[in-house]
Design a protein around this ligand. Sequence first.
Ligand code: MN
Length: 282
Amino acid sequence: MFGRLTVTEVVMIAGNHDYLKRDSYYLSFEWEKNVHMILSPDLSCVEFPEYSVAVYGFSYSSREITEECCKGAFAQGKQSREILLVHGGDEKHVPMKKEELLELGYDYIALGHIHKPQQLYPERAAYAGALEPVDKNDIGMHGYISGEITEEGVRTVFVPAALREYIHLTVPVTGGMTGHGIKEKMRKRIEEKGVQHIYKIILTGHRDPEIMFDTESLDNFGNIIEVIDNTTYAYQFSKLKEQNRENILGQFIESFSGSEKDSMEYQALCEGVHALMETRRG
Ligand SMILES: [Mn+2]
């Protein structure tokens, strides 16, 4: 596939997942002419004199690299534009400090390992992130970074390219909404955001105590991996308290007076009242 590219040179390094084992396919594979894999575990470079560019990097030869090997990995001035490829950034995978990276003298540092795209320093160092999200908690946009080095310096732009996103979608529920109503609301919200994405739905707000909804049946498009029901029951506590001054229900509500809507106490109030009401209903 890389070989089909017509005006592109590909430079790559092995990371912690595809590190260079003794029988690694990387060691014997014959890449197309435009593909340059840096196999050395020590800093090496590929030069492109026609573009006045040198790309530096090193590959993993073990699952982990706990040394700070970016320390002292200075740009060597072989070409007028120099780029560094690094895979890692956490404790067990090439620990590094942002300040130290920036002092190495590269025009740009292209980072991998962390799946979420993020800039370490604008126009100088960034994680492109995974091309597609690879885990259900890998939320947000995914794509690649397109960069240009000119006389004016480096300019980068993040290009969203993933076909799907994992989205955590909050759907507010109000008292009086039926199971069908909630399902319709979810359908609308998902249609607005895109049915191609994969959703974790978080139901919030208050629901009618009489309403039972089956979270299993809410999946309109087959793209919901989880429904979390964080709703509380929509009771009118002040009215219930008035009506039940003389019994345990009224006293129970009274004992929670003043609790904040989002607090654990409020949750306990809702659950407790619901339990007491259920016993009444018999
Ligand atoms: Mn990695």
